[in-house]
Design a protein around this ligand. Structure first.
Ligand SMILES: C[S@@+](CC[C@H](N)C(=O)[O-])C[C@H]1O[C@@H](n2cnc3c(N)ncnc32)[C@H](O)[C@@H]1O
Length: 304
């Protein structure tokens, strides 16, 4: 089950009022939005975005019967401003980004068009896709394409840059050697290749040895950092004066992107940080919801 992370702090710091228009840019299973909807009341509007159509359909179900009006948009949040324009929405009072994947993506990532799953986790043997898209077209980048066709240096660069994996060169070399013998098709194929590149003392650490490589591939496939920069910029365009943007990040690259965006707004005099230091979960939340462990909540208010 997906438990919303830092729920109370997020709701409190977003400072939502009855009748507001609020965007949940990462609707997921609508855990945060169910609470937001209660505050918005009959006169409020909740606009929920998700790049994953299958998640959006589930969120719709979860939000049935909420008092406020709702609009659901299946799009990447990098299109946030344009998507609101299409709905004739000029200004909103708050935008939430709860970044990364939903636990659904790990538990059951299959969709109607991709019944074998999308391969987000190394714990299940699934096709090596890692895309948030519910169906694949010719243009859809997949992890399989990266590991089987990109050159060794580019693979090493993303594993280092997006996975912060110090063994990136060894892993990239092992990938390129392995694919000469047989195409790397599934998550377990890739796990075996990564394992072959690992020194014995890295195989039984606290964090699984494939974690960083999987993270790097997922970030690349979905252009997560590029999308985040554009999404924050779009949210800022649509935010009314006095409105707030909240972002919950789960790894250092996301955190840095949010921090830098917020800092630029403070320096330019357009924004004011609501919390000077990132808010992290209390110990009890970390224990009851392990996914929350690396979460950091940052909130900014538009003042100009
Ligand atoms: C951590 S979950 C959100 C969970 C949600 N707050 C809840 O409580 O149920 C993140 C969601 O954002 C979606 N997502 C990730 N990147 C996205 C992007 N660039 N554009 C739109 N949706 C995205 C994922 O599909 C996932 O459903």
């Amino acid at each position: 089950m997906h438990v919303p992370v830092l729920l109370q702090s997020t709701i409190e710091l977003l400072n939502i009022k009855e009748g507001d228009k609020v965007v949940d840019a990462t609707l997921g299973l609508a855990g945060h939005s169910q609470e937001i909807a209660k505050i918005l009341g009959k006169t409020g509007l909740l606009i929920g975005l998700d790049a994953d159509a299958s998640l959006l359909a589930k969120a719709k179900e979860n939000l049935k019967g909420v008092p406020c009006q709702t609009i659901f948009i299946n799009t990447n949040f990098r299109n946030l401003a344009g998507a609101l324009d299409e709905q004739g929405i000029e200004e909103v009072s708050a935008v939430l980004f709860d970044l990364g994947l939903n636990s659904e993506h790990f538990d059951s990532s299959e969709t109607a068009c991709l019944p074998l799953g999308r391969g987000f986790t190394f714990q299940k043997d699934e096709p090596l896709l890692m895309t948030l898209a519910s169906e694949i077209s010719e243009e859809t980048l997949t992890a399989k394409e990266i590991v089987n066709t990109w050159d060794e240096e580019n693979i090493a660069d993303i594993i280092y840059g997006y996975g912060e994996e110090r063994l990136s060169r060894r892993i990239a070399h092992a990938i390129v050697e392995a694919r000469k013998k047989k195409e790397i098709v599934t998550t377990f194929d890739l796990v075996e290749v990564i394992k072959s590149a690992m020194p014995a003392n890295k195989l039984h650490g606290k964090t699984h040895f494939a974690t960083k490589t999987f993270q790097a591939l997922r970030i690349t496939v979905n252009d997560e950092i590029g999308a985040l920069k554009e999404g924050l910029a779009g949210a800022w365009i649509k935010l009314g004066c006095g409105g707030r943007v909240a972002a919950i990040s789960f790894h250092s690259l996301e955190a840095r992107t949010v921090k830098n965006f917020f800092k630029d707004k403070v320096v330019s005099g357009e924004g004011e940080l609501v919390n000077k230091k990132a808010i992290m979960p209390e110990r009890e939340e970390e224990i009851s919801n392990p996914r929350s462990r690396s979460a950091q909540l940052r909130v900014i208010q538009k003042i100009k």
